[in-house]
Design a protein around this ligand. Structure first.
Ligand SMILES: *Cc1c(COP(=O)(O)O)cnc(C)c1O
Length: 370
């Protein structure tokens, strides 16, 4: 029989049986719609293959992927260690909800070495949450080194792999226990759907995550899963183009006197370049840009002048975006001292010359107001 290339969108709560006895027959597949349809199975299978996972689960947002993974691993009295540069809603979950459940957390500097992080371990330390590169400031962590220290101390490692999209970095191959990512970003690729993936290294961890998802009653709609599956098909070609465009823009920005620093590990001048080169096979199009002096008002004047760059949160779509990042730094235990305001750019798939021209007029507005 002929069939379409892609799995169909099957919307269904009830799954009908021919005979009542079939309800007891596990060989007939899922018994209830929440167990997922063909499109979920295919999305999970491909994500697991990409991440080198024993099993991958999908949840409704990237943040839910982080929080479900952490919740699956901890019990009251446990402690989580995390980089000070972690995604701030992940930190809010640690500070607000996990603290209420008796799970504490401590932060380490984003460039702490594996030995420095291991020196913080206590008998209560249960999980190290790695985010590499870090949010806003893009520090690369030594994931294999950290994972090895954690493994020998019986501590689990969870890596937020959103920047690398599961393709440019393989946390599980580098010893991590769980790799999570916001599918809302590069995998979807079109700024129109939310989703998160939880990829697990071993069956015991997969079972914990599965049971928590089952207990919480989490579900992703088949329409959303279908969009994410569609995005996944073109992920490698899009990421390669994001990287090429980002390199053009980053090189140009670095040559400008209005710019103090470009925070992008693929730049040979980055302090994280050696680690990135060792562990990653490419770079995404998201970077930090530190302006050279100037006020918050001048940074905002620059952003308001941009025409091609949209102003807004999230990233990973085909379009370029810019945001002002100082609020992300304010929540840290030890905010870094930077030479000026911090901007975040997502370099999309537009012509790089056009993006550079747009930034050129933005920087003119910055200089005029600085
Ligand atoms: C965006 C993002 C998330 C959360 O993704 P949502 O789908 O927006 O919830 C988690 N981690 C990182 C590093 C992100 O950039």
């Amino acid at each position: 029989m002929r069939r379409p290339v892609n799995p169909p969108i099957q919307r269904g709560t009830t799954l009908l049986n021919a005979r009542i006895g079939d309800l007891r027959d596990d060989s007939l597949g899922p018994v209830y719609g929440i167990d997922g349809a063909e499109v979920h199975t295919e999305l999970r299978r491909l994500l697991a293959e990409m991440e080198g996972a024993q099993d991958t689960f999908v949840v409704s947002t990237g943040l839910a992927a982080v929080t479900v993974a952490l919740l699956a691993l901890v019990a009251p009295g446990d402690e989580i260690l995390v980089s000070d540069a972690c995604y701030w809603p992940s930190r809010r979950f640690l500070a607000r909800t996990l603290t209420r459940l008796g799970v504490t957390f401590r932060c380490h500097p984003p460039r702490a070495t594996p030995d420095e992080v291991a020196a913080m371990f206590t008998p209560r330390t249960r999980v190290v949450l790695i985010e590499s590169p870090g949010t806003a400031t893009f520090e690369i962590q030594d994931t294999p080194g950290l994972a090895a220290r954690c493994r020998s101390a019986g501590v689990a490692t969870v890596v937020d792999n959103t920047w690398a999209a599961g393709l440019l970095f393989k946390p599980l191959a580098h010893g991590a226990d769980i790799s999570v990512q916001a599918l809302s970003k590069y995998v979807s690729g079109h700024s129109d759907v939310f989703g998160g993936a939880i990829s697990c290294r071993a069956p015991d961890i997969s079972r914990r995550v599965f049971e928590l998802i089952e207990d919480l009653g989490l579900y992703v709609s088949p329409d959303d899963a279908w969009l994410m599956l569609r995005g996944l098909r073109t992920l490698p070609v899009r990421l390669a183009q994001h990287q090429d465009n980002a390199r053009r823009v980053a090189d140009w920005l670095q040559s400008r006197p209005e710019i103090a620093e470009v925070l992008w590990p693929a730049l040979p001048t980055s302090p994280d370049h050696a680690l990135w080169k060792r562990d990653f096979t490419g770079a995404a199009g998201l970077m930090g840009v530190v302006l050279n002096g100037g006020t918050a008002g001048a940074a905002e004047a620059m952003l308001d002048t941009l025409e091609l760059f949209g102003l807004g949160f999230s990233w990973g779509g085909y379009e370029s975006l810019a945001t002002y990042e100082d609020a992300q730094l304010a929540v840290r235990s030890a905010p870094p001292t930077l030479a000026g305001p911090l901007i975040r750019l997502h370099i999309g798939l537009e012509a790089p010359d056009d993006l550079i021209a747009d930034l050129r007029q933005g920087l003119a507005a910055f200089i005029a107001t600085r």
